[in-house]
Write a protein that binds this ligand. Structure first.
Ligand SMILES: Cc1ncc(COP(=O)(O)O)c(C=O)c1O
Length: 373
């Protein structure tokens, strides 16, 4: 089964994980130890491979349930997330893509289906769902954009009262930075406020500490004179439950009246086992941890500048893009050296280390990089 399906979709030589070593290393099916800087595309930010508590948490909430029943764990996680992020409404789903669908549908519903357009940013990735609702009851698809309604925003000046929503990744990845500078993003935000366009931050990859902020969209208002800026809706996933199927839509109070059965539902969204695991993982975000992440990121930059003064890079906390020639080749060689990275384009590799990553790991990575380039 695996042989028949996976090679078509994933790389044929994709690595199988056999077991945990400690916080950031795992053993592959080839019995080698790997330093994981890929972290499931950003999912394992709060995760320790060797954490013994996880089994205990999962087994003590090992029940089968659905959203036809409520449970305490979901309520507790919702209120903790609400405290952590400042968003009063929290709705749980199973994947990032599903939560993006729900957020866009909410924007449509909020505007009573009267506004058609949804603005998006060139080069962004937001998932791959969005069709099942069209096969269901009329009511469920009465507030939906068409494919042609999604418009790439080349300039903030196109945004007006005919836009229901704008969706932006919380922290712009490399391809986007090339197309938009900070100033352009800020003007998109200003236009959203001016025209009551629902501003959706996709923080599926960037949320929950990775960039040194709980939500990286907190920085969007920098330099602007309005306190209420922030997005209207934020979508989180991935590290919310370390790759287990849990995502959430965080919303402002004004959307409360739009929440009904015609909006969205997800049979298993917010399963108690996963909510408890998420609560445990999120507890490591407390205290000085964000300052620590920022400090670590700064020290990493210093060391990189010393060892490889010619390598250019961008860094957002523990989300790094390094510009190297033949990036795919470099990522393959790094793997031979026992380091997993993410090859995002011909000229860049991306590193998504876990928050438990240390400077010792960084030194090890730099030594491997030296062999690989
Ligand atoms: C920014 C962003 N949004 C949405 C998604 C979709 O999430 P999922 O794969 O959980 O559906 C991803 C996944 O990589 C992502 O990186």
């Amino acid at each position: 089964m695996v042989d028949r399906v996976y090679p078509k979709i994933y790389l044929p030589d994709q690595l199988c994980v056999k077991g945990a070593v400690d916080d950031v290393y795992f053993v592959g099916a080839d019995n080698r130890k790997y330093l994981d800087l890929l972290s499931g595309g950003g999912a394992f930010f709060l995760w320790r491979y060797g954490d013994k508590n996880v089994k205990r948490i999962l087994s003590s909430h090992f029940i089968s349930t659905s959203n036809f029943l409520q449970h305490k764990s979901k309520g507790l996680l919702a209120s903790e997330l609400s405290q952590l992020t400042g968003f009063p409404l929290v709705y749980f789903l199973c994947s990032g893509s599903e939560a993006i669908d729900a957020a866009i549908k909410m924007a449509y519903k909020y505007h009573g289906g009267k506004r058609k357009k949804v603005g998006k940013v060139r080069g962004s990735y937001h998932g791959r769902t969005g069709l099942s609702v069209r096969c269901g009851p009329e009511g469920y698809s009465s507030y939906l954009p068409d494919g042609k309604d999604f418009i790439t925003i080349e300039s903030a000046s196109i945004l007006g009262g005919d836009f229901a929503a704008v969706i932006i990744e919380g922290c712009c990845p490399q391809e986007i930075l090339k197309a938009y500078d900070d100033e352009a993003l800020r003007w998109i935000v200003v236009k959203c406020i001016e025209h009551d366009i629902v501003l959706i931050a996709d923080e599926v990859r960037s949320g929950l500490g990775r960039t040194g902020y709980i939500l990286s969209s907190e920085t969007w208002s920098n330099g602007l004179d309005f306190s209420q800026k922030k997005p209207d809706i934020v979508v989180i996933g991935k590290s919310l439950c370390a790759g287990f199927p849990l995502s959430a839509v965080l919303m402002r109070e004004k959307f409360y009246d739009c929440i009904d059965k015609d909006w969205h539902s997800s049979t298993a969204g917010g399963h108690p086992m996963l909510c408890e695991l998420s609560r445990y993982l999120l507890s490591s975000l407390g205290g000085e941890c964000l300052t620590e992440i920022a400090g670590k990121s700064w020290r990493m930059g210093k060391e990189l500048d010393t060892v490889f003064p010619d390598i250019e890079y961008t860094q957002f906390g523990l989300w790094w893009n390094l510009f190297v020639d033949d990036a795919f080749d470099v990522s393959k060689k790094l793997r031979i050296e026992g380091v997993l990275v993410y090859c995002t384009s011909d000229d860049s590799i991306t590193l998504f280390p876990s928050m438990h990553f240390t400077m010792t790991h960084w030194t090890e990575f730099l030594a491997a990089l030296n062999e690989a380039i």
